[in-house]
Design a protein around this ligand. Structure first.
Ligand code: NAD
Ligand code: LMR
Length: 332
């Protein structure tokens, strides 16, 4: 019995993500919001014979507030995607204000909701949400997530290919920690399961492919956007994991998400021993529970190559996080 809201629901990610949530038996009410086209998307989805009722909202008649009222989980794929030659950080000017406005509306209309941020640059948009929620006095770090599941999905796919076992891609679990852009994405190939033994050249090539997987899609789409279908799959997978945890189901393997490390201060001690204390947000292995982040797990033993990649990630993340925090500070 969950009301789920997708913000940016008429977009390249929003539409297939909404389709996947309409198919999820945990969702009883699906609320779709976008600045355009949502009523059509909602009517289309509403003809599917699954339980969730679907309603589309646009800004008219206080649509955002209505879309959010009573919702328990909000997934946000709203904002501009990249074009070739752009970094995710180049999206900051366009997307920071969009995410800021959405976060304010969530604080007002659904202050207890789980908030899953897909909009890029995730490394900065999640801190923006945190700052808005702090200002509004409703911040619960256990309930705010930057969605980095696509990095984990890609890592499993690429590693299974490299191991010559593409048909078993779904069985591959590769931890990916850090953030969600370039060098901030750190795959821990030494901990891949089933284990495989790449040589150093393969480790470097695979790491780079996982770090820059998004660019592969941007290039192939020839200026028509970035990953949408794989992101919808990854976003739905993470949203369903959050909803399952809400209903009391604990998953055997950890989820990965870019979270505020104070969401489990005790658990994150083992993480900060490895990464240092210079980053407030980091994508970590975690267990989800009824209240969101239940436990942050240690990163495990890192190879020298992974330790130096983590160091580079932390350096880059510091600037990304500061940019999000100062965006909010300058709005005051
Ligand atoms: P898109 O342009 O196809 O769709 C974005 C949608 O957001 C559009 O329908 C637009 O109308 C809507 N929108 C714009 N401003 C809005 C507002 N104020 N309120 C509600 N909706 C608004 O883009 P897309 O390909 O779906 O990508 C969306 C975002 O997701 C981009 O920022 C992209 O970089 C990001 N992304 C993140 C990941 C990840 O792993 N976290 C993966 C892929 C894409
Ligand atoms: C991705 O990883 O595919 C997304 O972050 C979109 C992008 O800009 O690459």
């Amino acid at each position: 019995m969950v009301k789920a809201t997708v913000i940016g629901a008429a977009g390249g990610i929003g539409q297939p993500l909404s389709l996947l949530l309409k198919q999820c038996p945990l969702v009883t009410e699906l609320s779709l919001y976008d600045v355009v086209n949502t009523p059509g998307v909602a009517v289309d989805l509403s003809h599917i014979n699954t339980a969730a009722t679907v309603t589309g909202f646009t800004p008219e008649n206080d649509g955002l507030a209505k879309a959010l009222k009573g919702t328990e989980i909000v997934v946000i794929p709203a904002g501009m995607p990249r074009k070739p030659g752009m970094t995710r950080d180049d999206l900051f000017n366009a997307n920071a204000s969009i995410v800021h406005g959405i976060a304010e509306a969530i604080a007002k209309n659904a202050p207890k909701a789980f908030v899953l941020v897909i909009s890029n640059p995730v490394n900065s948009t999640v801190p923006i949400c945190a700052e808005v929620f702090k200002k509004e006095g409703i911040y619960d770090p256990k309930r705010l997530f930057g969605v980095t599941t696509l990095d984990v999905v890609r890592a499993g796919t690429f590693v299974s290919e490299a191991a010559g076992k593409s048909q078993d891609a779904a069985k591959y679990q590769v931890p990916v920690v850090g953030g969600h852009s370039g060098v901030t994405i750190v795959p821990l190939l030494s901990q891949a399961k089933p284990s495989f033994s790449p040589d150093q050249k393969q480790v470097e090539q695979l790491t780079e492919r996982i770090q820059f997987g998004g660019d592969e899609v941007v290039k192939a789409k020839e200026a028509k956007g970035s990953a949408t279908l794989s992101m919808a799959y990854a976003g739905a997978r993470f949203a369903i994991a959050v909803m399952e945890a809400m209903s009391g189901k604990t998953s055997e393997s950890p989820e990965y998400s870019y979270v505020d490390l104070t969401s489990d201060a005790e658990g994150s001690k083992a993480v900060t021993e490895v990464i240092g204390s210079n980053t407030a947000f980091f994508s970590v292995p975690l267990t989800l529970g009824k209240n969101g982040v239940e436990k942050i797990h240690p990163l495990g033993k890192l190879s020298d190559f992974e330790s130096s990649a983590v160091k580079k990630a932390v350096e880059a993340l510091g600037d990304n996080i500061a940019k999000g925090v100062s965006f909010k500070a300058n709005k005051l």
